[in-house]
Design a protein around this ligand. Structure first.
Ligand SMILES: NC(=O)c1ccc[n+]([C@@H]2O[C@H](COP(=O)([O-])OP(=O)(O)OC[C@H]3O[C@@H](n4cnc5c(N)ncnc54)[C@H](OP(=O)(O)O)[C@@H]3O)[C@@H](O)[C@H]2O)c1
Length: 339
């Protein structure tokens, strides 16, 4: 079996290689690909050195599967070429996520959206993945009417340039605006992506013209697509915080049906890939510092919201490069391989 990793030199691509090793996909021939500037560079996989090739050479090698994490432009151009060559693509970029013919998959929730005809599978946005993993069991049992989401997203979510800006500001004390529009050290930036143009319609028909950003739009649209319900009312505020790795989210949920909070806790605890850390009296709850490098989604502060009927709050944390990107993609691959 041959697996191409397109974007193998990047933040997500290099973790994909690690996760492939960790899940024991070590017999496969790995074809690492990146931009022209990296061709010929050596990367390590399973103790061996591999040479980075161009995307064209990766297609010519006829891989069975390709894991893409090289930006939407690269995915747009090359994913269909890999698919035409008989390869199944799992794409981490935003390029295909909202295409109605492409499944948007979190394997614990909607692997059934992938059919034998599927050649391109989209991996959702990092903040969407961790949230829907925690919400899915609640949605299945009680239905979800409305979500109010606030995120606290780490700089690694912006790739190497976000990390570099935080490091520079921390070490050199530079108050720069090299990547984000403001300094990020000692700061919180209430903007994720660009502000949308007027009259942007979300799935379900909401007009997101009143100052929403692209990252907020992704959370709304992708959640509705994955849960298969365009009628869930959703509002979101995305912020960028000076945390190196791990996204945190405060999510307020209104369910369709009444619930017991103990049952919600039990459902989330039983969910595949979720770890509940929720001992308020001992100050135990999920925090990004302790989630970095882990594949699970961590949930805490599970509590009823008495300000509305059938409402509750969750605090959800995960490593955005792992479950939010690389791990989710590799888990899709594992399911395709029947593992
Ligand atoms: N960071 C996250 O939390 C996260 C989460 C989910 C999804 N994603 C998505 O994953 C993708 C990569 O993100 P990242 O954070 O890993 O970025 P990154 O660290 O900047 O890495 C980008 C990778 O893409 C390669 N690349 C760039 N242009 C290319 C081209 N024209 N042809 C072939 N390869 C090209 C780069 O190769 P060179 O080294 O040769 O430049 C590098 O390997 C993006 O689409 C991003 O939206 C990121």
């Amino acid at each position: 079996m041959k697996i191409a990793v397109v974007g193998a030199t990047g933040l997500v691509g290099s973790v994909m290689l690690k996760v492939l090793e960790e899940y024991g996909i070590t017999d496969a021939e790995i074809i690492p690909a990146a931009s022209a500037k990296s061709v010929g560079k050596e990367i390590k996989f399973n103790g061996k050195s591999l040479k980075v090739v161009s995307v064209e050479d990766a297609i010519a090698a006829k891989p069975d599967y390709a894991l893409f994490s090289a930006g939407a432009g690269t995915s747009k151009t090359y994913a269909p070429l890999f698919a035409e060559a008989g390869c199944t693509v799992i794409d981490n970029s935003s390029c295909w996520r909202m295409d109605k013919n492409i499944p948007l998959v979190v394997p614990e929730i909607n692997m059934h959206d992938v059919t034998s005809e599927t050649k391109i599978i989209a991996n959702p946005n990092c903040s969407t993945i961790q949230m829907v993993v925690a919400l899915a069991p609640v949605y299945r049992e009680y239905g979800i009417k409305r979500l109010v989401i606030s995120t606290y997203q780490s700089v690694s979510g912006s790739g190497v340039r976000g990390i570099a800006q935080l490091k520079d500001e921390e070490t050199a004390g530079v108050a720069s605006a090299q990547f984000y529009p403001h300094p990020i050290h000692h700061n919180i930036i209430p903007q994720g992506g660009d502000f949308l143009s007027e009259h942007t319609l979300a799935v379900g028909g909401d007009i997101l013209s009143e100052g929403y950003t692209g990252e907020e739009e992704k959370l709304i649209n992708e959640t509705r697509k994955i849960l298969g319900n365009k009628d869930i009312r959703i509002t979101a505020t995305v912020t960028r915080v000076p945390v190196s790795g791990g996204h945190s989210e405060s999510v307020n949920i209104e369910t369709e049906k009444p619930f017991e909070i103990a049952d919600i806790r039990a459902l989330i605890t039983k969910m595949d890939g979720v770890v509940v850390i929720d001992e308020p009296s001992k100050s135990e709850y999920p925090m990004p510092l302790y989630c970095e490098g882990k594949n699970e989604v961590f949930v805490g502060r599970i509590r009823r919201d008495n300000s509305a009927p059938n409402a509750l709050n969750l605090w959800i944390v995960a490593d955005n490069i792992r479950k939010g990107a690389a791990t989710n993609a590799v888990q899709i691959l594992l399911r395709l391989l029947g593992k």
